[in-house]
Ligand binder design. Sequence first.
Ligand SMILES: [Zn+2]
Length: 390
Amino acid sequence: MAAFATIAPREDAPPPPRALIVEPLALQAHEVPPPLQYVREEQFQRGDTLAGFLSRLGIDETAIGRLARAPALRALRPGVAVRADVLADGTPKSLSFLTGRDTLVRIVPEGERFRALEEQAPLETRVLMKASVIRSSLFAATDAVGIPDGIAMQLADVFGGDIDFYRDLRKGDRFTVVYEIYDLGGRPVRAGRLLAAEFVSQGRHLRAVHFGSSYYAPDGRNLRKAFLRAPLEFSRVSSGFGMRRHPIHSGWRAHKGIDYAAPIGARVRAVGDGVVDYAGIKSGYGNVVILRHNGQYSTLYAHLSRIAVRRGARVAQNDTIGLVGQTGWATGPHLHYEFRIAGQARNPLAVALPSGLPVPAQSLAAFRAQAEPLVARLDLLANANVALLD
Ligand SMILES: [Zn+2]
């Protein structure tokens, strides 16, 4: 009304068609219907009650009372994102969330009750490429460019036979990853497989291409080694510890082993397939496990807080054999690790380790066809990376 008062009609103009002008304006100001339905998405948080969570999604009290009894909702875990389609009055039209790996649960009203429907989530796969440089730790480098933890772990796993991710990493080392991401409705849900990777560490260029159920160098050599370089599992918890506090410096020559600073309770893994030769207490070593492997190899893991295997048991590479501790002659929590060939202690970081089988001859053509475009992507990012760094 006020807006019209300030506009003086011109004398020579025909009278304004008031009815036509005023009515639509009045409609805009007062009669635009409110949106009928809202879409809200919230993450179920640790400490959330189901009722409080549903109320945050804009659902009205009556419906909350009925929904809170739905078994599918009672099984919600912290971190799960729930999408709610809710009418303006708070009546829920549907609630949906992902459960397990790829199952989409939809809860819809049915009369006075609610019904849960499960379906295969229509996930879409995208391939992403990312590169980063190590400044403090591998996880800091992956976090900086948004590489998911699962991909960081796969990266450490793929190169675990060549690089000791506890001791070999240096500031300035860099890597490139090509990996899958699964999307639901255009939004990332989880990471898939690492398809290809490059790791440049202290002048060494390592490349890996996924093929079949293994990873190979672009020339077809298997990256899987008979022994892992590090007896500690690479994880966010223990790796941060290792990088912050530099591994205890005592050359392996001095006491025939390598010491890994790690928190008490960190998982210690068998570096290769073998048989438990000894599991128990040995004076200075404290709780110790010795594994006998094929050929002339044996490995020793000392100062454990707990031993997880028995003498004579068979273990596979990566099996848990104990937990990091401070037993025996240890000034702080750490893992003392020895690698022996024919009973002689050797520096595991310096010896050449036997590899798994290369790509079989009959699969070479298929391998090359798969590897070529992936290697081209690595080249592309490697060049872009160099340009960025220089
Ligand atoms: Zn030691």
